[in-house]
Design a protein around this ligand. Structure first.
Ligand code: HEM
Length: 753
């Protein structure tokens, strides 16, 4: 008998089924890796490279000097049907080295082997010294025109649209670290304006650890892993970090933000962004104003719970980048409004007694409202991570006419640091010619040569003045749209290494932040400090930081001290009582739920009441439903995205129970891998664990039909934010309302008032 025949028949059937499932999966749920579903057989018919996925974008095809080429963005990538060398010579074989006989040694003349291995050997470049871990997206910025009175920057003129590239990041971790660690997030935006590139290199927190850039190496060395053991990775919960910030008390405001829920965002899409520094704006009449930049997310500011953040570090370390890409792929385009806080440009450079040059201070929005001046929409994911997200180079000195810097000593140091580090990271001085960094404005500089020069400069006179190139390039005149440094008066003063006295207040605004928090947010802050200090080895460091907490608030200090088993010290500075700023709190409002994920647990043996209808309604509401079942494949004709073995509660914003599945065959062996599930003869323990974790993490839970039994068995029926109903549609409506507030905090009375 030909043994291959039955095997082939089975293979055909499996392939057909796999093709069907694959189509069903890729047609609606985001996350397909390629633009076309793969075949089981290796393709052998030559054809051009597949197009990028529909949601992918790429840098515009500009010349190194900013001219539009008109070529499609696919021209950035590989061309043609056949494998070639880097020089375009077609290759017949890339799987075997050229050898002296099949069993012989490899020949030095194998230029293809050498090219392939040599290039591979040099694929890595240094990761960013900070903000190494990040994810980017392309988008567009549309100006409302409301900033025209204060700045002549053309991209802020009414109706103007400007292409942008945004990179979000964490600060401390290496390139491969987890997304969900407790840390500050970077929010860097490159506006490709026709007056030159503007980089708004922002964070998701409005203050910084240090007032003077000369301390940047100190704070980063303290936060990075210890130099001897290189642990812990991407964490601030260790001795060197708290050693530094407890001695260097100007960091206390920023550490308070990090210990708050802002340090563990739910999504990049749900973060505010802050330019931190005060900038100087100049309008068409030459009048100046001081201003701070803000990004306000359409979805509101939301966070993970600490346990979710920790679980995600293991279950899905790519949680934030996946969320960003999936949302864009699903058409739930992330949006932010750009806002300005504008202050008069007075000689004191203060507003309401707040020093505008001190980057450890905010100006509460209640004192200076954030005025929206435009909208950012991220609508395309990168085609190639390295080419775009890794090679993008931001710099606070990339400024268009109309926006200038102030003397904030942190900003002044940043003006030096970014280009300096990029010289090393991107291997030479020509990184502005890398496609993602190419300006969308004509470039006519006198910078020449250097590694990887991509421009072919004509002319003989890259110097000024010249006559040999007819005097070109010429300085732009008053009416030619030049960037003119604002002629700010610098008062005569002794040359000193010192800060103004106004920089000495390190506590009053930290207290303002604490007093502005709701009880549940305060409780999270207490738990975060207690965890982080609890992870320190040395008691002296805990005691020193407790003293800082005493100088912020006695309740905060006492709660953390109790957790650490230490006495709470008395404050050593007078405690002021600033008016709270409600704008700082994240809770208590309602927000859209675009791109959120709903887990829907189904029981394949008991019918799928309403599931298809609910699934469609979830898609229609701009969210993503993921079916969770005992096995993969199709259930009732619907594609299963997660099994009880692969799904985990932390990827769902809401859990729906459409059935009460009995323990699946793999339930028991999996139990120790998902410890904590209650023992139950009736329901798969992993489903009970899903319910338990979603409940603990204050997520909305809904059930109908047999699913209601699961709630009873999990012991959560009738508790706040757990809804049941006669139909899937009814339950979906109820959980959507709960989701608008992000979490059901009513479930847990806060222990900190
Ligand atoms: C308000 C304070 C600061 C903010 C908001 C900020 C923000 C950022 C952001 C968002 C990035 C990531 C850019 C990207 O995605 O590629 C970044 C990178 C970086 N920052 Fe800062 N930063 C601050 C202070 C500083 C200071 C004081 C220094 C140095 C004196 C500094 C040096 C760097 C360096 C060297 C990088 C890596 C850049 C690269 O390799 O391309 N930053 N910063």
């Amino acid at each position: 008998m030909d043994a291959s025949k039955p095997a082939k028949a089975v293979k055909d059937v499996v392939e057909a089924a796999a093709g069907k499932v694959a189509d069903a999966l890729t047609s609606d749920v985001p996350g397909a890796p390629g633009s076309a579903p793969p075949t089981v057989e290796e393709p052998t018919t030559p054809h051009d490279p597949l197009p990028p996925k529909k949601e992918q974008g790429a840098p515009e095809t500009r010349t190194p000097t900013g001219a539009a080429t008109g070529a499609p963005t696919t021209a950035n990538g590989q061309q043609g049907a056949f494998l070639t060398t880097s020089q375009g010579a077609r290759l017949r074989d890339t799987d075997h080295s050229l050898k002296a006989g099949p069993r012989g040694p490899v020949l030095l003349q194998d230029h293809h082997l050498r090219e392939k291995i040599t290039h591979f050997d040099h694929e890595r470049i240094p990761e960013r010294v900070v903000h190494a871990r990040g994810a980017g997206a392309h988008g567009v910025f549309e100006a409302y025109g409301k900033a025209e009175g204060v700045t002549k920057a053309g991209f802020l003129a009414k109706g103007r649209t400007t292409n942008v590239f945004v990179r979000f990041s964490t600060v401390l971790g290496s390139r491969g670290s987890a997304d969900t660690v407790r840390d500050t997030r970077g929010f860097a935006t490159k506006f490709y304006t026709d007056e030159g590139t503007f980089d708004l290199v922002a964070n998701n927190m409005p203050v910084f650890f240090i007032q003077d850039a000369i301390k940047f190496p100190d704070i980063i060395h303290a936060g990075k892993p210890h130099p001897d053991r290189e642990i812990p990775q991407a964490q601030s919960a260790h001795d060197t970090f708290w050693d530094f910030v407890s001695l260097h008390t100007e960091a206390q405001h920023h550490t308070m933000w990090n210990m708050s829920d802002r340090g563990i965002p739910r999504s990049y899409r749900m973060m505010e962004g802050f330019g931190v520094h005060t900038f100087r704006l100049v309008n068409a009449a030459g009048e100046t104003a001081l201003a701070k930049f803000h990004w306000k997310p359409k979805l509101g500011v939301h966070s993970l719970t600490w346990e979710e953040a920790q679980l995600l570090g293991g279950v899905d370390p790519d949680f934030h980048r996946r969320d960003l890409y999936d949302a864009i792929e699903a058409g739930a385009f992330p949006e932010w409004e750009l806002g300005l806080q504008v202050f008069p440009d007075t000689p004191e450079e203060t507003f309401a007694g707040i020093d505008l040059l001190d980057p450890t201070k905010i100006v509460p929005e209640e004192l200076a409202p954030v005025q929206p001046v435009g909208k950012l929409t991220l609508n395309r994911t990168p085609t190639n991570f390295f080419a775009e997200t890794e090679q993008v180079a931001f710099h606070v000195g990339h400024l268009p006419p109309g926006i200038d810097v102030t003397n904030d000593p942190l900003l002044q140091g940043r003006l030096f640091s970014y280009v300096d580090t990029q010289l090393t990271r991107l291997g030479g001085p020509n990184f502005s010619q890398v496609p993602i960094n190419r300006p969308h404005a004509p470039v006519n500089d006198m910078l020449r040569d250097g590694f990887h020069q991509q421009a072919v400069h004509a002319g003989v006179a890259p110097y000024r003045p010249n006559s040999l190139d007819g005097g070109n390039p010429f300085p732009a005149g008053d009416t030619d749209g030049a960037f003119v440094d604002v002629p700010v008066t610098v008062t005569e003063a002794p040359k000193v290494r010192a800060n103004p006295a106004s920089f000495d207040d390190h506590y009053s605004q930290v207290r303002l932040f604490w007093l502005s928090m709701s009880p549940v947010e305060k409780e999270h802050i207490v738990r975060a400090y207690t965890f982080e200090l609890g992870m320190c080895y040395h008691q002296a460091i805990r005691e020193r930081q407790l003293q800082c907490l005493a100088n912020i608030d006695p309740v905060l200090c006492a709660e953390v001290a109790t957790g650490l088993g230490l006495p709470a010290p008395e404050p050593t500075v007078p405690l002021v009582d600033p008016a709270p700023s409600p704008a700082l709190s994240q809770v208590g409002r309602q927000w859209p739920a675009d791109g959120r994920t709903m887990g829907i647990v189904v029981d394949p043996t008991a019918g799928l009441d309403d599931v298809d209808e609910v699934r469609r309604a979830v898609f229609a509401a701009g969210m993503v439903p993921l079916l969770v079942a005992p096995h993969g494949g199709l259930v009732g004709g619907l594609p299963v995205q997660r099994t009880f073995a692969t799904g985990r509660s932390v990827e769902f914003d809401v859990l729906l129970l459409a059935g009460a599945p009995a323990p699946a065959p793999d339930a028991s062996p999996a139990r120790d891998a998902k410890a904590g599930a209650a023992d139950s003869a009736a329901v798969d323990p992993r489903v009970l664990l899903l319910v338990d974790e979603c409940w603990r993490h204050a997520k909305a839970i809904g059930a109908w039909g047999a699913g209601v039994d699961v709630l009873r068995q999990a012991g959560v029926a009738g508790t706040p934010g757990v809804v049941t109903g006669g139909s899937g549609a009814e339950v979906l409506t109820a959980v959507q309302q709960l989701l608008a507030a992000h979490r059901v905090w009513e479930r847990f009375p806060a222990s900190v008032a």
